[in-house]
Design a protein around this ligand. Structure first.
Ligand code: SF4
Ligand code: SF4
Length: 475
């Protein structure tokens, strides 16, 4: 068999060369002999025997050269001419649901100007639909989750809005109902919610803690940053209202780590300052950042130069994360943890995320959507919880979103982790959920390369820290 170098991305970490193998998503530390073997095979494809002779000619023993070639073939860094034929699976016709995002209401007491649900780029068409979910629809949603997740022994509900806590009584009813159903079926269930924190009260916090409901607070940093866009309808900033409530939440909710989620915009992108404030001055366990999803013409959109700047700031914070990791300490920059977790699991995605597959959204009306960001959108409706899924629509969504359907991604080394990026962002930018998010390829490749280096450094100097990502997977 003629052997040739397969598709990979090479990087250095901890003074050692590594390969990130595409499409398998494996990470492979390269020793001196392997480096030589790859360099020789790169000149032109050759028979295994020829390659072995060439390695022996450089001073390697026959045994070492043979082991080295076998290892490189086993890791798929070397492959047959024409590459390994391993097409990524098509979307399975039936895939058990794991997470249902239930939008308890589409109403919100804030008017954040960048909100994808209410802002200028909204895809929702909520006219004539329920504003608050009814108990019957909620129970049908839970029944739908258990029916569609058959075969799984654990499921998850995420509560979402609008502002989730505007319908807190229903949240409690859903927890009661779903816990009873889960018990009857012998399935584990857990919960999380996202909130703007304006409506938190001591009794709500106590309930969330008692039921181990994970909480993510949407908040954009210190007052002068948070209040630029996270405002009430009268234009008043939300910071002063939420900070005492968030501090109480962090003090009293002791059963799950509490996270902050920051939306970066043109005027709010001092990553270091925001992280410092939310992690250390407020006390969140984890802080995650996402650049705003919007068309590039909006005033608050981050332009290309701004995105480069954000990536530079992410890099600084990621190296701070590394220092903590090398000491075996928790840092809290969740963007790094999330990517390291994916790299550690060696994932190679057929689809960018679980939307429409293991994850679905359901709106207050009971309409099913690929995820929470498409809730209430007629164009993206995949069925109704009382009737079930429209599998033709689901298959069409998944077929268009498959990485193999994205021509530009075909030769990209970052596709195992990216697979074309968020469907919602693609729809806002290109009017097609199946379009690759080409406006951020440089960003995603830069970020993936950075996280690979961080991963390699940790693997070299404190490998036991990576066990943490086994646990993340398990959870
Ligand atoms: S969207 Fe860009 S970065 Fe992502 S896989 Fe496709 S080509 Fe690569
Ligand atoms: S489509 Fe986008 S917003 Fe929805 S789950 Fe996927 S990544 Fe998240």
């Amino acid at each position: 068999m003629q052997l040739q170098v397969s598709e990979f991305h090479q990087f250095e970490a901890g003074g050692n060369p590594f390969l990130y193998l595409v499409p398998s998503g494996g990470i492979f530390a390269v020793d001196e002999l392997s480096r030589k073997a790859l360099a020789i095979a790169k000149e032109n494809p050759r028979e295994a025997k020829e390659l072995l002779d060439a390695l022996v000619a450089t001073g390697a023993t026959v045994e070492d050269a043979r082991d080295c070639i076998e290892e490189l073939v086993g890791a798929r860094a070397l492959g047959p001419e024409g590459g390994w034929k391993e097409p990524i699976d098509e979307a399975p016709a039936k895939f058990p649901l794991q997470t249902l995002v239930i939008n308890l209401t589409n109403q919100c007491n804030l008017s954040c100007q960048y909100c994808y649900e209410f802002g200028e780029d909204k895809v929702a068409t909520p006219e004539g639909k329920a504003k608050f979910m009814e108990l019957e629809t909620a129970q049908q949603s839970v029944d739908f989750l258990f029916k569609e997740s058959a075969g799984r022994n654990s499921v998850h509900i995420t509560f979402f809005g609008g502002e989730t806590l505007m319908n807190f009584p229903l949240l409690k009813q859903i927890v009661d109902y779903s816990q009873a159903e889960a018990k009857a079926k012998g399935v584990t269930i857990d919960y999380s919610l996202t909130t703007n924190a304006t409506l938190l009260r001591p009794d709500i916090i106590e309930y969330l803690s008692a039921n181990a409901i994970g909480v993510t607070v949407s908040m954009d940093g210190p007052k002068e940053m948070n209040d630029q866009l996270r405002v009430f309808a009268n234009g008043k900033g939300s910071y002063d209202i939420i900070v005492p409530k968030v501090k109480e939440l962090l003090k009293q909710h002791t059963t799950r780590p509490i996270a902050a989620r920051v939306t970066l915009t043109n005027g709010v992108r001092d990553v270091a300052k925001i992280f410092q404030h939310l992690r250390y001055e407020i006390g969140f366990h984890e802080v995650g950042f996402a650049p705003v999803t919007t068309s590039p013409t909006r005033l608050y959109a981050i332009d290309e130069k701004g995105l480069d700047d954000v990536l530079g700031q992410f890099e600084k914070l990621a190296y701070e994360y590394l220092e903590f990791a090398l000491r075996g300490e928790h840092h809290g920059f969740s963007n790094v943890s999330d990517t390291l977790s994916e790299l550690h699991q060696g994932i190679s995605k057929s689809h960018p995320c679980g939307a429409g597959l293991g994850l679905l959204g359901v709106g207050p009306s009971g309409d099913i959507s690929p995820c929470h960001r498409f809730v209430d959108s007629d164009e993206h409706k995949l069925g109704h919880v009382s009737e079930g899924m429209d599998s033709d629509k689901q298959q069409d969504f998944l077929k268009r979103g498959h990485v193999n359907a994205k021509y530009d991604c075909e030769s990209c080394w970052a596709r195992p982790v990216c697979a074309g990026g968020c469907y919602h962002e693609a729809f806002v930018r290109y009017g097609d959920t199946g379009h690759a998010n080409l406006h951020y390829c440089d960003w995603i490749r830069g970020w993936t390369d950075l996280c690979l280096k961080i991963y390699g450094e940790i693997a070299t100097h404190n490998p036991s820290f990576l066990n943490h990502f086994d646990q993340r997977k398990a959870s």
